[in-house]
Design a protein around this ligand. Structure first.
Ligand code: TYD
Ligand code: MG
Length: 450
């Protein structure tokens, strides 16, 4: 005796309204509200962590309370927080063609040897998937495959097959019968995902959902799903690079911002166990407009090249473009550089790029970004094998960042000879082979670098 009610979900932004209206009250889109029937008596919402019964001492709650299955890819396990948690819902987002299907086909194959696993494709035919599997040398002996786009049907099949892990490729091809709009629209994506989440929570089956991020995808893609799922992983990469980063932007079962690094090969994605120096371009000679930073991505340090190009601007408004760094941060850094470094970029375009398609959100990139910019403006390479990191304050001060010593050791390991770092990050004991220059102000950093 499940009574159902109707709501209206906007096809553009996914907002839910109780009544039909001509314009979406949230985003103002016209004629975009679509009818969605929801069962009033939702299936019992069994929380993942339910059933511990009575209170326990925190110190006595064992870690293995959260059963996990390894995916066979250590780098993927790392971003998941140590393997796939039973009953969890994970969203894997990324540009089309970046490797989402490949990654989950490989992981699905391994998972299927430990626990019944069903890979549902709405993108490709079974034949196409099997051809790919053969090319990737994925045996698929125990991996079950289903070509289906109806959420209701695939969930029935999942129950029948006894699957404990369910891969959905992709959410944009799925449709739920209770929504009147077509697959890929915001309301369909949202309701299909909601049905999958309900299923996972009620059954304890782990669900991995692939979602394409398209240019418009910020709306119709994974973004509207982020809050519905436990874990959100995104692929990052440069168009030309063969390296792929998978970053956990949200993780209820592990550290957010952890990254896994893969190399793309003919046989699929291979883990890069020691990714420290893969994001350096190989320059035979020192070049102007380039600096090397020691970033800390997730739980490990990585050497990453930051490039800058300044050029006379052709337009009225000089362009400030940052790829891999925040554009607002760039504007701020250029202002600091002008006021406290005495170097003006007025009337000049400034382009900044983090090599390898890596996105850096930590402020440790401030100093490297500024030094690369000055190097380009002066057309002069930084002196010698230099690394740097540090946050820049609005008063021109250089502020410390976490894990200074660890970063410096990594730089020394890779043969760097000098480091320009915040004073407070200078370790008490020297690091062999590395001359460490501690700076308090931007001007000192500029001095040390050229
Ligand atoms: P695919 O996994 O289909 O991308 P997505 O599912 O994100 O759209 O990968 C795109 C193509 O690249 C596909 O033809 C397989 C190929 N590919 C490799 O050959 N090796 C690899 O390591 C990866 C990741 C992809
Ligand atoms: Mg795909």
């Amino acid at each position: 005796k499940t009574k159902s009610r109707e709501v209206f979900v906007c096809d553009q932004c996914g907002n839910e309204s109780l009544q039909w209206q001509g314009l979406c009250p949230a985003c103002g889109a016209g004629d975009a509200l679509k009818r969605v029937t929801v069962a009033r008596a939702a299936p019992p919402h069994r929380a993942l962590t339910a059933g511990s019964g009575e209170p326990r001492l925190l110190s006595q709650v064992a870690e293995q309370d959260e059963p996990r299955i390894p995916t066979g890819l250590a780098e993927l396990d790392r971003v998941l927080g140590g393997g796939l948690v039973l009953g969890s819902v994970t969203l894997l987002g990324g540009d089309p063609g970046i490797g989402k299907s490949t990654l989950l086909l490989q992981a699905g194959d391994t998972l299927s040897r430990a626990t019944p696993t069903l890979y549902v494709t709405g993108e490709e035919s079974l034949r196409q998937v099997s051809l790919r599997a053969r090319r990737l040398e994925v045996s698929g002996e125990r991996l079950q495959l289903l070509a289906e786009t109806s959420v209701e049907t695939l969930l029935e099949q999942a129950v029948q097959s006894g699957a404990r892990v369910l891969v959905i490729d992709s959410i944009q091809t799925m449709f739920a019968a209770n929504v009147e709009s077509s697959p890929g629209s915001a309301s369909q994506v949202r309701e299909s995902a909601a049905a999958l989440v309900r299923f996972a929570k009620a059954s304890g089956v782990s669900v991995l959902i692939i979602g394409h991020v398209t240019k418009e995808g910020i709306i119709a893609g994974p973004r509207i799903l982020e809050h519905m799922v436990d874990t959100v992983l995104y692929f990052e990469s440069d168009a030309g690079s063969r390296y792929r980063l998978v970053r956990a932007v949200k993780n209820r079962f592990g550290a957010a911002n952890e990254v896994g690094v893969f190399a793309m090969t003919e046989q699929g994605l291979k883990e890069v166990k020691n990714p420290s120096a893969i994001f350096l371009s190989q320059h035979a000679q020192p070049v102007a407009g380039s600096s090397v930073m020691v970033a800390r991505e997730g739980s490990r340090p990585m050497l990453i090249e930051v490039q800058a190009l300044t050029d006379e601007s052709q337009g009225m408004n000089p362009r400030r473009v940052a790829v891999g760094l925040e554009a607002n941060r760039l504007a701020l850094l250029l202002a600091v550089l002008h006021r406290h470094g005495g170097i003006s970029t007025a009337g000049r375009d400034v382009f900044l790029n983090v090599v390898g398609g890596v996105r850096i959100s930590e402020t440790a990139a401030d100093l490297p970004a500024v030094l690369a910019t000055v190097s380009s403006a002066r057309d002069k390479p930084l002196a010698g094998r230099i690394v740097c990191f540090g946050e820049l304050g609005l008063a021109g001060e250089v502020r410390p960042v976490p894990y200074g010593e660890e970063r410096l050791r990594e730089a020394a390991k890779h043969g760097f000879e000098r480091a320009i770092v915040p004073v407070a990050n200078v370790p008490r004991r020297p690091i062999e082979g590395l001359e460490i220059i501690g700076v308090e102000r931007l001007t000192e950093a500029l001095h040390g670098a050229f």
